[in-house]
Ligand binder design. Structure first.
Ligand code: BGC
Length: 504
């Protein structure tokens, strides 16, 4: 439980008072004042609607398990696509040579090279660069986006030297992390199903994204070969597994969210004809599309309706970094308009979608100062609400506390639901192979800014997992942050699937 929730005023009796000064200053507020209602019912309603007691968590976890099975039974069998990754063998540690990775999944793309030295030397050297994607490219054409990426990759490749070297006559190979729902056709090709996370690039959906990249590389005169196309969850799992054999699940909690896990081939009824020597494969759940049993509010529904993909990615819209700030903004706007949360302070800026980011919520929740100075300055700088820091009146401080309370409510729901999702996956795995998950050490590799940088979110997630599993089963479970594992993981999978083998 975040500190602020406990410290906030008694919800039922809360009413923001105005300072006399402001009351006299703005005559126009007289009308609003008479209409102003207490913000308490809004907050109480929000907390009720967002509540995630154990039975709700259990229900979500069970629905997740059931949806996983339905998605494995037939294509289109559930909201969870349960995509075959064609990654049937994970890195063993024997991989050797120079490999590249290209990571496209959010507002940045990253290029990376790694020189692998086999069992003894492991990772000899890595280098990476990060390039932010101009906003207009997220709404442009497929060609524009892939040309931009190929150009970044080419510039990076030109700087190769030092510890990095490729044997004569070989093409440089790339592991391409593409973090959007893709129907994988083989380990090195896949069709984009749809864009997520605010991308609306025209002309890519329905196309093989590796072909799009190859064409752009050709236009740029860049002679490299994509030998593995992977989702970021799959890259993370591969990267974490390189160091730890007990990694069975990988979860991304960043701008977007998703999870993948190691599945038995004989537990995938929809699979026809595909054989794996290891009898196992990685399934990309695309759990962002899940929606069953989620405690949703009017604010979530309004945000969804106004989004570029209404009705889609509901789990993602409830728990991931792209949306938490926006949900809070909607609540605060309602409190400002209907309940005069900020007195007569102008809330025009607050009406702007996505003006409040999840990092702002995080900064506000870390504010331990007596007068909640950070909250005050974020409200003033980002949202345009001035709460008179210099002559702090009780109502202003109460309003700040209430803002933190709203953040905590939304973040708590997100973290706990993410935890329930993880338990849903673990239960599915355990049901199919008793003892293999809870009877031994099992690692869930986590990556993404939300998990990495938001301590409250992280601890809500972990609490929910422990509540659901109980102390005994939780003892064997390790939830581990794997920073930037997906880049190295993709390069490792490029090595595992290299057309040259990796015996040089
Ligand atoms: C995408 C997933 C991706 C996740 C995390 C979601 O929006 O659909 O493919 O793994 O974001 O980046």
């Amino acid at each position: 439980m975040g500190a602020i929730t406990g410290a906030s005023p008694a919800v039922g009796s809360f009413l923001i008072h105005r300072s006399n000064r402001r009351r006299t200053m703005r005559a126009r507020m007289a009308v609003q004042s008479s209409n102003a209602i207490s913000v308490a019912p809004i907050l109480t309603g929000l907390k009720n609607d967002c509540a995630t007691p154990l039975p709700v968590l259990r229900h979500v976890a069970d629905e997740m398990t059931a949806d996983m099975r339905a998605g494995l039974a037939i294509d289109g069998g559930s909201e969870l696509k349960m995509i075959l990754s064609y990654v049937d063998s994970l890195p063993s540690g024997n991989e050797k040579g120079l490999f590249y990775a290209l990571d496209l999944g959010g507002t940045n793309f990253r290029v990376l090279r790694v020189q692998l030295g086999g069992k003894d030397e492991r990772v000899i050297a890595t280098e990476f660069e990060q390039v932010s994607i101009p906003q207009e490219l997220m709404f442009g054409t497929s060609e524009e986006l892939f040309d931009f990426i190929a150009n970044g990759l080419a510039k990076f490749a030109e700087k190769e030297g030092g510890k990095f070297h490729i044997p004569q006559g070989r093409k440089r190979e790339i592991g391409f992390t593409f973090s959007f729902p893709v129907k994988q056709i083989s380990i090195d090709s896949g069709i984009l199903i749809k864009w997520t996370k605010g991308f609306a690039v025209s002309g890519t959906a329905g196309k093989d994204v590796v072909a799009c990249l190859n064409e752009a590389m050709e236009r740029r005169g860049l002679d490299m070969r994509v030998s593995a196309l992977v989702n970021d969850t799959v890259g993370t799992l591969a990267g974490a597994r390189y160091w730890d054999d007990d990694v069975m699940v990988a979860v991304i909690l960043g701008t977007g969210t998703n999870a993948c896990y190691v599945e038995r081939m004989d537990a995938i009824p929809k699979l026809q004809g595909h054989v794996s020597p290891s009898a196992r494969t990685i399934i990309n759940t695309e759990w962002g599309a899940f929606s069953k049993g989620l405690p949703l509010t009017k604010f979530d529904k309004d945000m969804d309706a106004a989004s570029i993909n209404p009705g889609e990615q509901i789990f993602e819209k409830t728990i991931s970094g792209m949306y938490l700030g926006e949900i809070v903004r909607r609540v605060l706007y309602k409190m400002a308009e209907a309940g005069a949360l900020f007195g007569d302070s102008n809330s025009d800026k607050l009406s702007k979608p996505f003006v409040l980011g999840t990092p702002d919520l995080c900064a506000m929740q870390q504010d331990n100062s007596e007068n909640l100075e950070v909250v005050g300055s974020i409200l003033s700088d980002v949202v345009g609400v001035k709460l008179y820091c210099h002559c702090m009146v009780k109502s202003d401080l109460t309003a700040r506390k209430m803002v933190v309370d709203v953040c905590d409510t939304i973040v708590k729901r997100g973290g706990r639901l993410a935890g329930a999702g993880i338990v849903g996956i673990l239960h599915k795995m355990e049901e199919d192979s008793r003892g293999l998950i809870f009877g031994k050490r099992t690692v869930v590799a986590m990556d993404g800014g939300l998990y990495e940088h938001y301590p409250q979110y992280r601890s809500y997630l972990c609490d929910a997992v422990t509540e659901l599993l109980g102390v005994e089963k939780s003892k064997n479970l390790v939830i581990e942050h794997t920073k930037d594992g997906s880049g190295i993981g993709a390069a490792l999978l490029a090595a595992t699937n290299s057309k040259y083998g990796h015996d040089f």
